[in-house]
Design a protein around this ligand. Structure first.
Ligand SMILES: [Fe+2]
Length: 309
């Protein structure tokens, strides 16, 4: 008589700090601990002020997503309200049916378990977009920090305006990727040291539509969601912006925020061809243009935040 023992796969043991795969950014560290048959276990570390989010899945999918906070403190914005999460708190959804935005109010660590292969699908594609965005800002004469500053300041404004979690998602990716469309603008125009001709300027302005197209083609829900925001980030409150000369509340509030923050950063940043002006001088200009180029509520919140920033 023969006995049969089921074959076993070897036990995977990762010592602290080890992972199968890791990604690191300035405010987040992500380690894929285990992955099998579509299920992933991921260890996240968020530095104070860092943010992370979950996008709702199509109801047809039955993916389980859960979060277990190991240490630190985080806020969780849902569509309706904001919660404080502390160590031991557990969140789960199957599927998660609304946008969730997590902000670390202290350095925090959590485990994220997902029954679908989100890590490679979403993180990989989003990271690629972010790198592209940073590359294009460098070509445009900015440092790599420009995209992150726009994102951080925009999120502070959005949170203070009490935007809901869906809107904060749009704002986060819209801010980070606002100029991604410049990847489709010829370098002869993008890098031209002299003043652009009218025809060249027309092509340059198309970066808003190009950016929206790029995001819509990704098939990734949180990037598609940000497409409209990117398309409108040069619209201005009085209708003097582009590409559609939208006015007042026709403009997405997220685009209005990014438009103001981007202008402030452009005025105050040193570029290859010009020295940045002082914060004080930029703020004087922004106050003068309150309710003209910039949404008055956004200006008021922005000014109040900048005092502490
Ligand atoms: Fe732009």
């Amino acid at each position: 008589m023969s006995s049969h023992k089921p074959s076993k796969s070897p036990l995977l043991i990762l010592k602290k700090g080890e992972s199968i795969e890791s990604t690191r950014s300035r405010k987040a560290f992500t380690s894929l601990l285990s992955s099998h048959d579509g299920t992933e276990i991921i260890h996240h570390q968020l530095i104070k002020g860092g943010r992370w989010g979950i996008t709702p899945e199509d109801d047809q999918t039955n993916i389980l997503e859960s979060i277990y906070l190991l240490s630190g403190k985080m806020t969780m914005h849902t569509t309706e309200k904001e919660y404080l999460l502390e160590p031991g708190d557990f969140i789960a959804g199957q599927p998660v049916s609304e946008y969730l935005v997590f902000t670390a109010i202290e350095d925090s660590e959590f485990l994220y378990v997902c029954s679908g292969p989100m890590y490679h699908h979403y993180s990989g594609a989003t990271k690629k977009m972010e790198l592209l965005a940073v590359e294009i800002e460098k070509k445009d004469g900015y440092t790599a920090e420009h995209c992150k500053r726009i994102k951080d300041l925009s999120m502070l404004v959005g949170e203070k305006m009490q935007l809901n979690s869906e809107s904060l998602h749009k704002l986060y990716f819209g801010a980070l990727l606002h100029d991604i469309g410049k990847t489709k603008v010829p370098e002869s125009i993008l890098l031209k040291p002299d003043k652009l001709t009218n025809d060249e300027w027309k092509i340059m302005k198309e970066h808003t539509r190009f950016g929206a197209e790029i995001l819509r083609k990704t098939n990734i829900p949180h990037l598609i969601l940000a497409a409209d925001v990117v398309e409108q980030h040069h619209e201005r409150y009085d209708g003097s912006g582009y590409p559609l000369s939208l006015k007042n509340d026709q403009i997405n509030i997220e685009s209005a925020i990014i438009g103001l923050v981007d202008s402030f950063d452009a005025i105050t940043s040193d570029r290859v061809y010009k020295k940045g002006r002082s914060n004080k001088s930029a703020l004087t200009e922004i106050k003068q243009l309150r309710g003209i180029k910039y949404h008055p509520d956004v200006v008021d919140i922005f000014l109040s935040i900048l005092e502490d920033y």
